[in-house]
Design a protein around this ligand. Structure first.
Ligand code: NAD
Length: 420
């Protein structure tokens, strides 16, 4: 895996800013405004002591609030050993542009704890979650900052987060999204990001006069995003021929049985060793010939060093920032198209928005309504992106950033923050 192995001299945050600079020119945002919009509003770092099994350890956690011109800060919390300040800054910034692009009334934030949930007991995860969310609770709130799950976290952890906040501030389900249904979570939230990936891929195929039926799909990462993307691709008649996770990879050219694989992962914890499949080693997953390659694990896995080996027609960014700017240049030269994270994985935050609305209304929506509204928002946003790219002769990525930047710029002006 090449995470952070990109030999780029830029950090992930600097790479995002490089993309913003390009888009700022297209959107006509003044330079001094760009300098302001790129930087986070507030950054918090907390120590998280953990006394367990007779030993004292300590972890570091971050919450970065990037921009709230359009509404409360919104973004996931990641538990992963590689979490660091620059990465969380990059992810927080991406959330500002993602919520603006799909036009939901939020800003952008991200959090993370540098820890390895794979080697922790449930009690240790509970203790870390409780301490982290207690220590950042003063900057959270349904109208201030609303966390959600990301890599290494899930609905259960969001339930504990809600409880930690509630012990100080009183019961407030709208303070986190991606919660268990029993605590006010939304139907359809768990599968939303993966489903959104396929809604967008399917629209993309349609625009090219193609269909997902029979298309060959390869997915890196089989967690929340990867597994539900696989399931939805399979439902559309595509053949998911290879997937992997941190413990191993598998391939079957006839197409993997995804519901059976999901069940297998639930019981064994990994895709490795699944019936009727051949093993695929580590990063080799990225180089399998296919129509759609979906990186759905860590960031910066396709870089200028390895992009030349990618043999997909289209890369659909299920993960956040999986393709570096250098990697994207190489892919463009090879004619590989990239559907950027800002739109491709925006289904998760969109249904998180529906969950927040339901919590505030204290009224649960039916699954069909969630599904209809999700399709509508994603399809409309994607059409806007494709039209903008056509009109300005720019990449889909530049179109996403430029559209989002204009919206945040206009909202900042309307608030009186920015007078140029
Ligand atoms: P997850 O923790 O549920 O799953 C991550 C998967 O990646 C697991 O299968 C894990 O084994 C695998 N993985 C980890 N390291 C790997 C490696 N070195 N090689 C191959 N596989 C590896 O996380 P998730 O929520 O599915 O998030 C995945 C990506 O999608 C992240 O970039 C996240 O920021 C992004 N994302 C998530 C959501 C969401 O709603 N969960 C929304 C938008 C974007």
């Amino acid at each position: 895996m090449i995470d952070d192995g990109s030999n780029s001299t830029l950090s992930a945050f600097e790479e995002v800013n490089q993309r913003l600079d390009e888009a700022g020119e297209i959107a006509g945002v003044p330079e001094e405004v760009m300098a302001l919009l790129k930087n986070p509003y507030r950054e918090i770092k907390v120590e998280i002591p953990l006394f367990s099994d007779g030993r004292l350890q300590h972890f570091v956690g971050y919450r970065i609030q990037h921009n709230a011109a359009r509404g409360p800060y919104k973004g996931g919390v990641r538990y992963h050993p590689h979490v660091d300040l620059e990465e969380v800054r990059a992810l927080a910034s991406l959330m500002t542009w993602k919520t603006a692009l799909v036009n939901i009334p939020f800003g952008g934030a991200k959090g993370g704890v540098a820890c390895d949930p794979l080697v922790m007991t449930d009690e240790e995860l509970y203790a870390i979650t409780n301490t982290f969310f207690t220590r950042i609770s003063m900057i959270l709130g349904p109208n201030r900052d609303v966390p959600a799950p990301d890599m290494g976290t899930n609905a259960g952890i969001m339930g504990w987060a809600m409880a930690a906040y509630g012990r100080i501030n009183g019961h407030a389900p709208a303070v986190v999204t991606g919660k268990p249904l029993e605590l006010g979570g939304s139907v359809g939230r768990e599968s939303a990001t993966g489903k959104g990936v396929v809604i967008i891929a399917s629209r993309w195929a349609e625009k090219k006069g193609l269909s997902l039926k029979g298309a060959k799909v390869v997915i890196q990462g089989f967690g929340n995003v990867g597994s539900f993307a696989a399931l939805n691709f399979a439902d559309q008649g595509a053949r998911v021929i290879a997937v992997n996770d941190v413990r191993g990879g598998i391939r079957n050219d006839k197409g993997l049985n995804i519901p059976a694989l999901m069940e297998y992962v639930r019981t064994t914890g990994s895709v490795a060793g699944f019936e009727e499949s051949d093993p695929v080693d580590g990063d080799e997953i990225l180089y399998q010939p296919c129509d759609y390659l979906v990186p759905a694990a860590l960031g910066r896995v396709i870089t200028e060093e390895n992009a030349d080996r990618v043999r997909a027609s289209t890369v659909v960014e299920g993960a956040n920032h999986p393709v570096t700017p250098g990697g994207e240049d190489v892919l463009a030269r090879k004619g590989v198209e990239v559907i950027p994270d800002l739109i491709a994985n925006s289904g998760g935050v969109t249904v998180s928005y529906f969950e927040w609305v339901q919590n505030i209304q204290q009224f649960a929506w039916k699954e069909e309504r969630i599904d209809d509204e999700l399709h509508e928002i994603l399809q409309r946003s994607f059409t806007t992106v494709v039209d903008f790219a056509g009109e300005h002769q720019c990449s889909l990525r530049q179109a996403c950033f430029a559209l989002a930047l204009s919206r945040v710029y206009r909202a900042s002006k309307a608030r009186g923050y920015i007078r140029v």
